[in-house]
Every structure is written in structure tokens, then in C-alpha cells.
Design a protein around this ligand. Structure first.
Ligand code: FAD
Ligand code: EPU
Length: 341
């Protein structure tokens, strides 16, 4: 006789979010495949209980307890599909660890995601904000996403162009809760050019001959750069960049540049992307701390839970940072992590 798992009650989420802020899920369940996911969703629906889909908890802030069902996606599996000539598709279950998948692909000599090494979290969450780092975004290699369309109650496959990817944005972010991602497919290649143009990466590689570099060399370089700058969430709880880099119109950028010649901006098709870290740093926040929370002393875009901070403490500090950047530069910062509760 088949036995459907019932959700657990009153589960602490402190160690299931990388900011390690305290929160309790009224109900909680791990799911390992589409059937378990559908059962858990039906269970919540019957009781009119709200649902949160959770991956590694590295891009959200629990602002208090969650009075609903937290479903953690633990769908495992990693295999190659359609390997032909120099190309192959890597299929990843949504619960696979993203960084391990990067090392697996790069170790097999396949290129495309090596610049995204050491980004915490799961493969299934990677399309949600279209993860990006060191000049590469997930959408550069993503072929398709398999997801449960919760409204239609069926599993669908969405191709890259259907995912509406943009900088730290996607269909999954635009329609929160609509899709639960089960699998991602990445089109990788053994011979496409490595992306080495990001300044930190160029500087790190120095005079190493570019033609001798492999995907794993690049992954290792990215890991070394990240370890110098970004705090390890297991040691110093954080959620990565707390704000997106704001994109402003070229005229606004020119205005800022005449007042602040050092302002850091990168031209984009639709304006100029400003380095939010620079704006925050200029407002004097880098290294700031109170008893519980603060701003990292090597990256002003990273907020830290130093000791016993709550989601409320983090959001209060974020609000002050946002206000000061607005007052000084007239630029609105938008939070990157999602707020729960
Ligand atoms: P979670 O935090 O669990 O969830 C994030 C969002 O996705 C939530 O809205 C959740 O409901 C939704 N979600 C999760 N899984 C699924 C699913 N299977 N189906 C549907 N929705 C889902 N991000 C970058 O882009 N670039 C970086 O360089 C980067 N560096 C980071 C460095 C550090 C130290 C940290 C802590 C974070 C960093 N991040 C970065 C942010 C974060 O790692 C990514 O956004 C990551 O993809 C989140 O994965 P997760 O599994 O932890 O998602
Ligand atoms: N800078 C400062 N002060 C600081 C840090 C940086 O002035 O404290 C300036 C420097 O001029 C630097 C520039 O800001 O050149 C950009 O800094 P960095 O290269 O560290 O990148 P970032 O814009 O702060 C973005 C992503 C990161 C990603 C890195 C590398 C966003 C919001 N953040 O950070 O993603 O890893 O580039 O590509 O786009 C994340 O999303 O969680 C994340 C960590």
C-alpha cells in the first residue's frame, strides 16, 4: 500500500536560510519528485493553506514565521542528453546543488557555466532570478525548464525564450508561485570561447596564456576571486548581493558623473547599470555594524547577520541604506532577495 508523507509541523527554518534568521514553518515537507510535489500542493489546497517553494534559502529573507506549508524541492538527478560533436545537454534535477553541477560540467570539459561557480543554492532556483556572475548569466546556456504549472495542474516544458529572462529577472519571478521548477536543461559546449572579460577575472588571470585555459581553470579562478570578496554563508550568514545594480537612463548617469566623476557604471542597451556597491560604499556603510547585523567590510552590497539578527533587523538596515542612497544620489535601490512574511 502506498503511503503519502504528511507534512511536519512547526519546523525551524533557521538553518534552511543562509542569513540564518529565525523563522518557523507551520507546516514543512521535502519533496523528491513531481508526484510528491503534487500531493503536497493538493494537501495545502484542501486546507486553503499558502505555500512557499524553497530551494537552498540563499536568496530570501524570512521576516517572521511562515504560517503555511514550506515545500523544499529535493528533486535529484544529473545526466547528459543529446551529446553530439562538441555539444551536450546537461539535465539537472531542481534539487541538485548548483555549484557541484558547475564543477561536474567543467570537470567533464564542457563550457558555459564555469563563471557561475560557487553561487549557493539549487539548480531549480537558478532560472528564478537568472543567476549571473563574472560576465555570464544562466540564460546564456539554458535550453529549457521543466516545471509544474500550478494553475493548470500539469507539468510543462518552457524554452529559453518563454522564460522571459532579463538581468536578475524571469517569468518565474514575474509570476511568483505560478511554477514549481522540477528540472533544468543546459546546452554546453566543449569548444565555445571562454568568457574572460570581467575585470576581476582578467586581473586574476594576469599573463596566463588564455588559449591554455580550461573550463575548470576558469571555475577555479572565479572561486578564488569570490572567496576573497564574498563571505561564506556557513561562517558569516548572508544572502549575497542585497540589492540589484540599478539601471538608469544615460542622461541621469551623465548628471551623476558630472557630480561624482568616480561613479561606477556599465553601459547597457537600455541605459547604464550602476554599481550599487559603489553607491552604498560612498554613503559610508561598508563595514557598518550594530550588535546584530551589518554590512560586509569587503563588499558593501552584502548584508550580514552577525549575531542573532532577525529578518526584521536585516530589513530595517536595508531600508536605511536605501534611504541614504536615494537622498545622496537620487537613485532607487531594489532588493534582490525575496521577502517572506
Ligand atoms: P531560494 O533562496 O530557496 O529561493 C529563491 C526564490 O526562488 C524564492 O522565491 C523561491 O520560492 C524560488 N524557488 C526556489 N526553488 C524553486 C523551484 N524549484 N521552483 C520555483 N521556484 C523556486 N546570485 C546570483 O545571481 N549571482 C551571484 O553571484 C550570487 N552570489 C551569491 C553569493 C552568496 C554568498 C549568496 C548567499 C547568494 C548569492 N546569490 C547570487 C543569490 C542566490 O545564491 C541565487 O539567487 C540562487 O539561485 C538561489 O538559490 P536557492 O536554491 O537558495 O533559492
Ligand atoms: N565596489 C565598491 N565598493 C564595494 C564593492 C564594489 O565601490 O564595497 C565597486 C567597485 O568599483 C567594483 C564594482 O563596485 O568594481 C562592482 O563590484 P563587483 O565586481 O564586486 O560586482 P557587484 O556589481 O557588486 C555583481 C553581482 C554579484 C556577482 C558579481 C560578479 C548584482 C546585484 N550582483 O556584484 O551577484 O557575483 O557582480 O559578477 O548584480 C548576487 O546577485 O547575489 C551576487 C553576489
Amino acid at each position: 500500500m502506498s503511503h503519502k508523507a504528511e507534512p511536519s509541523e512547526y519546523v525551524e527554518l533557521d538553518n534552511l536560510n543562509t542569513l540564518h534568521v529565525p523563522a518557523v514553518a507551520r507546516f514543512y515537507q521535502d519533496v523528491s519528485d513531481a508526484d510528491e510535489l503534487m500531493d503536497a500542493l493538493a494537501w495545502a489546497e484542501q486546507r486553503s493553506i499558502k505555500v512557499l517553494i524553497l530551494g537552498g534559502g540563499s536568496n530570501l529573507v524570512f521576516n517572521g514565521d511562515f504560517n503555511g506549508l514550506v515545500i523544499r524541492i529535493c528533486v535529484r538527478g544529473r545526466y547528459w542528453e543529446r551529446a553530439r560533436d562538441h555539444e551536450a545537454t546537461l539535465v539537472l534535477g531542481a534539487g541538485e546543488n548548483w555549484h557541484e553541477a558547475v564543477l561536474y560540467a567543467a570537470g567533464a570539459g564542457y563550457r558555459g557555466i564555469e563563471n557561475l561557480a560557487l553561487i549557493p543554492g539549487t539548480a531549480g532556483a537558478a532560472p528564478v532570478q537568472n543567476i549571473g556572475a563574472y560576465g555570464v548569466e544562466l540564460c546564456d546556456t539554458l535550453e529549457s525548464v521543466t516545471a509544474l504549472d500550478r494553475q493548470a495542474g500539469k507539468v510543462v516544458r518552457l524554452d529559453n525564450d518563454e522564460c522571459r529572462f532579463a538581468y536578475r529577472d524571469s517569468l518565474f519571478k514575474q509570476l511568483p508561485g505560478h511554477y514549481a521548477i522540477l528540472e533544468v536543461r543546459l546546452r554546453l559546449s566543449r569548444d565555445k570561447p571562454l568568457q574572460l572579460g570581467y575585470r576581476d577575472l582578467e586581473e586574476y588571470l594576469g599573463d596566463r596564456p588564455r588559449s591554455e585555459l580550461s573550463a575548470i581553470d576558469v571555475a577555479e579562478a572565479v572561486m578564488a576571486i569570490r572567496r576573497r570578496k564574498l563571505p561564506d554563508p556557513d561562517l558569516i550568514p548572508n544572502a549575497g548581493s542585497f540589492f540589484k545594480n540599478p539601471v538608469v537612463a544615460s542622461a541621469e548617469y551623465e548628471g551623476l558623473r558630472s557630480a561624482y566623476p568616480d561613479v561606477v557604471g556599465y553601459p547597457q542597451p537600455q541605459g547604464v547599470k550602476l554599481a550599487a556597491a559603489w553607491l552604498i560604499d560612498q554613503c559610508g556603510w561598508k563595514g557598518f555594524r550594530n550588535q546584530r547585523v551589518g554590512v560586509h567590510n569587503r563588499q558593501a552590497l552584502v548584508l550580514i547577520n552577525h549575531s542573532g539578527g532577525t529578518g526584521h533587523d536585516i530589513l530595517e538596515l536595508a531600508g536605511k541604506i536605501r534611504d541614504s542612497v536615494k537622498a545622496r544620489f537620487g537613485v532607487e535601490l531594489e532588493m534582490e532577495p525575496g521577502v517572506i512574511g
